[in-house]
Design a protein around this ligand. Sequence first.
Ligand SMILES: Nc1ncnc2c1ncn2[C@@H]1O[C@H](COP(=O)(O)OP(=O)(O)OP(=O)(O)O)[C@@H](O)[C@H]1O
Ligand SMILES: [Mg+2]
Length: 323
Amino acid sequence: MTADADIIEALRSAGLAGEGEVFLQPLTGGVSCDVWRVDSPAGPIVVKRPLPQLRVAAEWLAPVERGTSEVRWLRRARSVDPHIAPEVLAELPGHAFATRFLPGCPVWKDELMAGRVDAGFAAQVGKGIAAVHAATAHNDTDRADFPNDEMFRALRVDPFLLYVAQHDAELAPALTALAEDLSGRTIALVHGDVSPKNILVSADGPVFLDAECAVYGDPAFDLAFCTTHLLLKAVWSGEARLNDAAAALVAAYHAGIDWEEADDLLVRAGKLAAALLLARVEGKSPAPYLTDPEHQRIVRDQARALIRASQPIDALVANWKRI
Ligand SMILES: Nc1ncnc2c1ncn2[C@@H]1O[C@H](COP(=O)(O)OP(=O)(O)OP(=O)(O)O)[C@@H](O)[C@H]1O
Ligand SMILES: [Mg+2]
């Protein structure tokens, strides 16, 4: 039986495909999963099924159970605010799942790359991430529901922090200490992949997708991860509005911190952002659009200086240079 036939059968069993014809259309992206838009008389849905091995040059192994963590994150986020994640319609065999298709919602990355930069939307992103962190902070049920430290280590700590440490003797002590600090903090529910390519732009604000790396960990990671993407795009495009968007994101997130001393979190996020910036030019998962050696140098020089002498993430963003 083909993969398509498997999916259609699973959807029929879940009562999601109706009796008529069903069309599967692969959606773009997807180094870690098969993702289809499925059209049937029952309406459009999205089916996502994790691959046992990621489709990237340097092979990363990741357990398919991450499909189930993603479902848990989506449901938990919707319980905080139903606008910020798609509705999960069914869990399917193989840790696959179906969500409601959101029509007419572009991917935020595509908007940014096309020069449509809206600081107000970036602020909504910061507010949304902070809302999930605030709702889940110091919560034993959430801590127990996301025991994914091993997966987070394999998909985030190792490739983004330790891989660079292994190739850079000078920065290794700082990066190793940062990796240990990150791994040791269990504060709130972290999405783990808050990148513009995983955010849809809806009329009701941002919709977060792709929570395969969700873990009960350090919320500073999500803030740093998303901010990093905006700063890299600012260098790529030379567009000052991307710095403004990053600042708006950080400010809105800052306003939502009610579970710990905000300054402490901003310091941790500044350190993580410095390391993640370097990882995007020297790590296992380089930013695909940052191919110009001069752009890479601008990012590398600033990131290395920031790893040596860190700044809170709001200051880091304010001082970030595009040239
Ligand atoms: N519910 C949805 N409604 C509309 N589009 C969706 C929905 N879910 C996913 N998509 C589309 O499918 C794309 C891939 O989804 P997702 O990011 O979850 O998969 P992925 O395989 O992990 O992707 P990648 O590895 O590229 O980040 C999204 O960028 C988005 O364009
Ligand atoms: Mg994705």
